[in-house]
Design a protein around this ligand. Structure first.
Ligand code: PEP
Length: 244
């Protein structure tokens, strides 16, 4: 269901003590508001801590990945049902760091989205083009292709997705898409999602979102919030983005 949503992606950062301080600050600083939600996606080992500290608060939590496999001989992998046991509402799938550094394919991302749905969680499906692809004028084809793989796999469950447009050239670089650049891609994604019966899902923008640029991005018609990396590690910054 379409609503304002800001999700922190901690990536491979944190520790028990620093997490406790950050989560405490988030629960103290964030009050539930209709139509506005915040969540943090933490490393697997900290899911129990997130559950213990966030259950009953207005801050939801999730994982940053989940296996496409249900169980079995997949040493080192973590299944969606395992993640769900820790009360997760969300699992990110297809983050560009996983596509680039761990060779995840669009077909694999689609299988992960299905596994997350089967575990009754919401997949946050990331799509986005590299700088070379943007400069070659291939942005639309790339993001639609990545989305298409997931839509083909999940069918009517498309209405249960969250999709995050994250231009790879904007992630962790300090260079963000302009609101107009981001809106253009969001409108394209929304149009395709509408054909799949999923016009009313939340579409997030990610890529160097900070407290001082979040308002302008989130004011755009088809941008419903953000997936936030670096700025989600500072409670004050993340809360300010949530309020934007
Ligand atoms: C991300 O990790 O998804 C992200 C958008 O990172 P950053 O906000 O640091 O660019």
């Amino acid at each position: 269901m379409r609503g304002k949503l800001v999700v922190g992606n901690w990536k491979m950062n944190g520790g028990l003590a620093s997490n406790a301080a950050l989560l405490e600050a988030l629960t103290t600083g964030w009050r539930a508001e209709p139509g506005r939600a915040v969540a943090v996606c933490v490393p697997f080992p900290y899911l129990a801590q997130a559950q213990a500290m966030l259950a009953g608060t207005a801050v939801a939590w999730g994982a940053q990945n989940a296996s496409e496999h249900r169980s079995g001989a997949h040493t080192g992998e973590v299944s969606a049902s395992m993640v769900a046991e820790f009360g997760c509402r969300y699992a990110i799938v297809g983050h560009s760091e996983r596509r680039q550094l761990y060779a995840e394919t669009s077909a694999g991302v689609a299988a992960k989205a299905l596994a997350v749905l089967a575990a009754a969680m919401t997949p946050i499906v990331c799509v986005g083009e590299t700088l070379a692809q943007r400069e070659a004028g291939a942005t639309n084809d790339v993001v639609l292709g990545q989305l298409e793989a997931v839509l083909a796999a999940v069918g009517e469950a498309a209405a249960r997705l969250v999709v995050a447009y994250e231009p790879v050239w904007a992630i962790g670089t300090g260079r963000t898409a302009t609101p107009d650049e981001a809106q253009a891609v969001h409108a394209l994604l929304r149009a395709r999602l509408a054909q799949a019966g999923a016009a009313e899902i939340s579409l997030l923008y990610g890529g160097s979102v900070k407290a001082d640029n979040a308002g302008a991005l989130f004011a755009m018609k088809d941008i419903d919030g953000g997936l936030i990396g670096g700025a989600s590690l500072q409670a004050g910054d993340f809360l300010a983005i949530g309020r934007a």
